[in-house]
Design a protein. Sequence first.
Length: 346
Amino acid sequence: MKDTIFIKPGQVAVEDVAMPTIQADDDVILRVVRTCVCGSDLWSYRGLDKVAEQSQNPGHEALAIVESVGDAITTLIPGDFVIAPFTHGCGHCAACRAGFEGGCLNHDDNFTMGAQAQYMRYQHGEWSLVKIPGKPEDYSEEMLKSLLSLADVMATGYHAARVAEVQRGDTVVVVGDGAVGLSGVLSAKMRGAKRIIAMSRHEDRAALARDFGATDVVAERGDEGIAKVMELTNGEGADAVLECVGTEQAVDTAVRCGRPGATVGRVGVPHNPKMDMQPLFYRNTRIAGGPASVTTYDKQLLLDAVLKGEIHPGKVFTKTFKLEDIDAAYQAMDQRQAIKSYVIVD
């Protein structure tokens, strides 16, 4: 089969590898039909995260057809059309019952790898895979894009809004204008935020933020960006802040944009080595977040909202590629030519 291999920083390539096989009784082998590149994949592609050369790709988002199942799988059969979340919760431990399967207590291999391929082994598929009615051919490409966003970015954006406790009537700041940040804007809108301030200096992303519900866009960064947010909020700051990047500057911006007592929903993969907690103490700032509860959100509300046409999160996919052109898909995101690269797998 064809699989994406990390060659070295700045290069991935499609190579022939052995087909995956069932290794545990709760494994599911999936035939991937749609996948994509995530902003978090760029950390290794840019050489900022150290990854072994000639290793499997970090892809972790897919729409797929169930090919075969292990003996412990009772909820799926070959031929089912599914969303493959990047988290693999069990559905019954304390973390999963609380809706935080990103920290599932029963699995130490809780995250997807290798989704940028023709086939993939998906561990712990009994509860975590999300069935979609019908088959891929029943849906338009635009709908497939929105369904694919439910494997990660839309659910991650929603997670930021949930843990930040966004309430109806709130003022919300979203730090980050990538696919997760834009999904955070859409999620804040879903949860009833009255004012949504998106921080973006790229016009295409700012335009999509407005389409998703942003009422204001702040192009400035650092101290200037924080000052602009304060100006827009009459010096008070936001009720909730969604941090969707993970860099030190993004985290600093997020914690300084909130009013006293605000909550920061943090879903950007952390890349800041330390944080001074003293300023947070004196402002009663709360910080929450981590890996998204993808299966929970998909099953509870996001899949239904997409199928009913209430939300269109697939708009974050702005360029389309074939699997054999996967390096170009990475480059398009690395060079900000695409918000998120969508990959069709034959």
